[in-house]
Ligand binder design. Structure first.
Ligand code: BG6
Length: 463
């Protein structure tokens, strides 16, 4: 079968500033929570590798853009680091950062690669975290100022903006499940953080639209379809719907529809942990929804009705309403510990079509992190990552089917372009089309999947 994609389909990959750029002496970048957390607790990071060098994109971006061309990119998403552009989060703009991002964007454009720019990828400036981070209303104001500065500086050339990447992750990682700084467990705080992120997004969208810059603005969400253990068991189905409300609809509904899911609001009211807000906030969220949606898809969520006792009635958690279901015989990526379920990508696109007004969307991340890829180096020094090619193909077939059925999906981006720093997993699992050799000053080598992707992009599909 021939899988042909719509004209002008976006082919490319995604990265983020904090995971790829690195720092050099004299770049005047301020500290983000990642720089700070690594300084405080380096042992929390795989092999104690921190974000200071990352993949050295800050100095190697021109070379990297040539490699993007060789790997079929007609588009590429990265993020501006707030702590690079405005080192203390609220004060003066760093001229070195402006020069860097200008040159990066211009270089992409002059190589016919459309830059898609995200504003927040988990990287709170440290000085703002000290005042509460997303817990604090002042952070919302500071973020909106930062967003406006970005639109003013780069909005003449960047035509697709995103307010956040995976805003549920700072909620989960920072305030529920302890994998991001400040590493707390507190649902009340988690709710406040999520609310402020939603509000910040809506306020930035409002400003962007007021500026009439002739582009689009959206949000990037990691959607994890929640499948009940047993479709015919109403308790399982209800539990899955609650998990969906907590982890997907908490951002998807306000972003696209301007409202919060009722099931979630009910629970939060019952627990008496409604977030603090000002009178006009809900209207701001209602009136300023996204133009397009980025969808990151890695894994589904398997849910069953709550069977285990609630861990601590004095400290509520989302997991008081469902149990995760360990489905037998599921296909796994053993390195990351994530289930691989290709049809999930189709289910998300279909849900978007049927229940979210078929809003314009694209797959903004999908990918497979594998440890020890050196095992697959052939005699010519190339990593033969056939497993990655199979992974992408299997997902693309489902994207294709969803589009055939009417989904308004305009592109597919892989996570990631070149191997990059995966937060506390550092360089454990490699995701890129392009290998980065940390022992050899970050030397780049295109993997087999990179050449394969180039063919797919050239043919706008595959057989
Ligand atoms: C997404 C993020 O969750 O998945 C990326 O947007 C992240 O920042 C990627 O790196 C892969 O996940 P991880 O945790 O293996 O790096």
């Amino acid at each position: 079968m021939n899988y042909k994609f719509p004209e002008n389909f976006l082919w490319g990959s995604a990265a983020s500033g904090p995971q790829s750029e690195g720092r050099i002496h004299g770049d005047l970048k301020g500290e983000s929570i990642w720089d700070y957390w690594y300084e405080e607790e380096p042992e929390k990071f795989f092999n104690k590798v921190g974000p200071e060098k990352a993949s050295q994109v800050y100095t190697k971006y021109k070379e990297d853009i040539q490699l993007m061309k060789k790997t079929g990119h007609n588009s590429f998403r990265t993020s501006i680091q707030w702590s690079r552009l405005i080192p203390d989060g609220v004060g003066a703009v760093n001229p070195e950062a402006v020069a860097f991002y200008n040159s990066y964007i211009d270089e992409l454009l002059s190589n016919d690669i459309e830059p898609l720019i995200n504003l927040y990828h988990f990287d709170m400036p440290k000085s703002l975290q000290e005042q509460g981070g997303w817990m604090s209303r002042q952070t919302v104001d500071a973020y909106v100022r930062y967003a406006k500065i970005c639109f003013e500086l780069f909005g003449d050339r960047v035509k697709k903006w995103f307010t956040h990447n995976e805003p549920i992750v700072p909620v989960e990682g920072g305030y529920l499940y302890q994998f991001h700084y400040p590493n707390e467990v507190n649902l009340k705080k988690a709710v406040q953080v999520g609310f402020h992120e939603n509000l910040a997004s809506a306020q930035a969208i409002k400003i962007y639209h007021e500026m009439e810059l002739d582009g689009e603005i959206g949000i990037i969400l990691n959607l994890t379809p929640s499948y009940p253990r047993d479709d015919s068991n109403p308790e399982d189905v209800k539990a899955a719907a609650i998990a969906d409300a907590f982890f997907n609809r908490s951002f998807l509904d306000p972003a696209v529809k301007g409202t919060f899911p009722e099931e979630l609001v009910e629970i939060i009211k019952e627990l008496d942990i409604l977030p603090k807000m000002e009178v006009e906030d809900l209207l701001t969220i209602q009136e300023n929804t996204v133009d397009l949606l980025g969808i990151n898809y890695y894994q589904p969520r398997r849910i069953k009705a709550k069977e285990t006792p609630i861990a601590d009635i004095n400290h509520p958690m989302p997991d008081d309403y469902f149990d995760n279901y360990d489905m037998p015989n599921k296909k796994m990526n053993p390195y990351r510990g994530w289930e691989i379920y290709e049809k999930g990508i189709y289910d998300i696109l279909t849900n978007t079509r049927e229940n979210y007004g078929n809003i314009k969307c694209y797959i903004s991340e999908n990918g497979m992190g594998v440890e020890g890829e050196e095992r697959f180096i052939n005699k010519d020094g190339q990593i033969e990552d056939d497993y990655r090619i199979a992974f992408v193909k299997d997902h693309l077939r489902y994207v294709h089917q969803a589009i055939q059925e009417g989904a308004n999906c305009i592109g597919y981006h892989m996570w990631t372009c070149m191997d990059n720093w995966s937060w506390t997993n550092a360089y454990k699992n490699r995701y890129g089309f392009i290998a980065v050799n940390l022992e050899q000053d970050g030397q780049r080598t295109i993997k087999k999947s990179g050449y394969w992707f180039n063919e797919v992009s050239e043919k706008n599909g595959f057989n």
